[in-house]
Design a protein. Structure first.
Length: 140
């Protein structure tokens, strides 16, 4: 039975790690860079009232840089809807985000209320809506 010396195994591991490090230092040659990426497009929001104070928002975007972009789009729609209903606060319940063929979709649920709700993810609608406008994120 022949056993390879331990020194060989250490060398091959070190060589593999070194090669990986060198490859990581090379510039990317395929795919768009951030400067070349198409700008994000806001493809619409569908709003559904689930209960008197529970609202579902389905948002769609393309050209998304991160999931945060789509989450912000749904949040901006939620606070605008809150203001339209004459309320002052929204509370995030959940958001599910999916992507298929470059089209990103968010399925978000928020509660809306005239008074500050209990919970950690509460939003003061007027200030968040102003932030959305400042960032150029459309609302409902």
């Amino acid at each position: 039975m022949r056993v390879a010396p331990l020194r060989s195994a250490r060398f091959s591991t070190l060589a593999g790690v070194s090669a990986a490090c060198l490859i990581g230092c090379l510039p990317a040659t395929e795919g768009p860079t951030l400067q070349e990426a198409p700008p994000a497009t806001y493809d619409g929001i569908e709003t559904r009232l689930l209960d008197d104070d529970l609202v579902n928002f389905r948002a769609q975007m393309t050209g998304v840089a991160s999931r945060d972009d789509l989450d912000a789009y749904a949040r901006c729609a939620a606070v605008q809807y809150t203001l339209i209903r004459g309320y002052s606060y929204a509370r995030h319940v959940r958001t599910s985000i999916t992507e298929e063929g470059g089209v990103w979709a968010a399925d978000a649920v928020y509660t809306i209320s005239p008074d500050l709700p209990r919970g950690l993810q509460t939003l003061e609608a007027e200030s968040v809506a102003a932030d959305c406008a400042e960032q150029g994120i459309p609302t409902v």
